[in-house]
Design a protein around this ligand. Structure first.
Ligand SMILES: Cc1ncc(C[n+]2csc(CCOP(=O)(O)OP(=O)(O)O)c2C)c(N)n1
Ligand SMILES: [Mg+2]
Length: 282
């Protein structure tokens, strides 16, 4: 989580210096969602499909700080040769795409293929709350429940789609929507790493064993703007949510000394990568 936080902060800084290609959507505040879910997967076989806010997912999956930052800087040494950028990342069983909802039907197709091959891999799609405005996700809920596909839809409900609050765009209760198609749904505090991890582990084991789809709905909040500078939320609201910073919650659990050591290591790792890239010829 510390590596993700420092990577995202560095990316915002590099962006403001004009050193990145394209835009970035950081997941500052949402680190427990990425780490809690992806740590519970079997990285040797499970397949992940991330969205536009995917840096934390990728870092948890790969621990590849250099490949990610280089990629977003448009360098050849980036994980996708510098041509994918922030939103189009692929490595091993990890994929991402910035088109909202696009990963959900793709993950259903992958889950079907895995099921037909009798593998016990599960496939995972990450989406945001705003993506409940995309019709294709409901078509996918339907067919994946009907065909009993071993897939997990992880929703990071950070309460906003860009600048539009969830309550201004969605009727009813979002996490109830998948239930009408027969999905099992778990709703979790996405700021609490332990709670996310323990629930994700139980749910993932069950999807793998029973070969049925599940939705893991994580209530969270992003502390930084949607991408860069496009933030209309009040400072009071952001500050109120920062009181439940997922990193501080971990620090309270593991103790300040251990946390500070981990955090310093993470910061120097990220700083080293950035310094190397800034010094490299391109
Ligand atoms: C099909 C589509 N429409 C519009 C966009 C532009 N866009 C990128 S992110 C975003 C908001 C997404 O909100 P949400 O799903 O809640 O994810 P969050 O950004 O909060 O993580 C929009 C409208 C897009 N990427 N894809
Ligand atoms: Mg959102």
């Amino acid at each position: 989580m510390c590596v993700i936080r420092h990577t995202e902060e560095s990316l915002l800084e590099l962006f403001s210096k004009g050193l990145l290609r394209g835009t970035v959507h950081t997941c500052i505040g949402q680190e427990a969602c990425a780490v809690g879910v992806i740590s519970a997967l079997d990285k040797k076989k499970d397949i992940l499909f991330s969205n536009h806010r995917g840096h934390g997912h990728y870092l948890t999956y790969s621990d590849d700080v250099h490949g990610l930052i280089a990629e977003i800087m448009g360098r050849e040494e980036g994980v996708c040769g510098g041509v994918g950028g922030s939103q189009h990342i692929h490595k091993n069983n990890y994929y991402s795409n910035g088109i909202q909802g696009a990963g959900v039907p793709i993950v259903a197709g992958i889950a079907l293929a895995e099921k037909m091959n009798n593998s016990d891999a599960i496939s995972v799609a990450f989406i945001g709350d705003g993506t409940f405005g995309e019709g294709v996700i409901y078509e996918t809920f339907n067919i994946s429940a009907l065909w009993k596909l071993p897939m997990l839809v992880v929703v990071e409900h950070n309460q906003y789609a860009q600048s539009t609050p969830s309550y201004d765009q969605h009727a009813g209760v979002l996490h109830e929507r998948a239930k009408v198609f027969g999905y099992e749904v778990s709703v979790v505090d996405g700021m609490d790493l332990e709670e996310v991890y323990l629930t994700a582990k139980r749910v993932i084991d069950n999807v793998r064993k029973e070969k049925i789809p599940h939705m893991l709905f994580l209530n969270t909040y992003r502390f930084a703007p949607h991408s860069k500078g496009d933030d209309f939320r009040s400072k009071q609201e952001i500050d109120r949510n920062k009181k439940r910073d997922p990193l501080s919650l971990v620090r309270d659990k593991i103790g300040k000394e251990i946390f500070d050591n981990i955090n310093e290591d993470a910061l120097s790792r990220v700083n080293d990568v950035v310094a190397k890239l800034m010094g490299a010829k391109h």
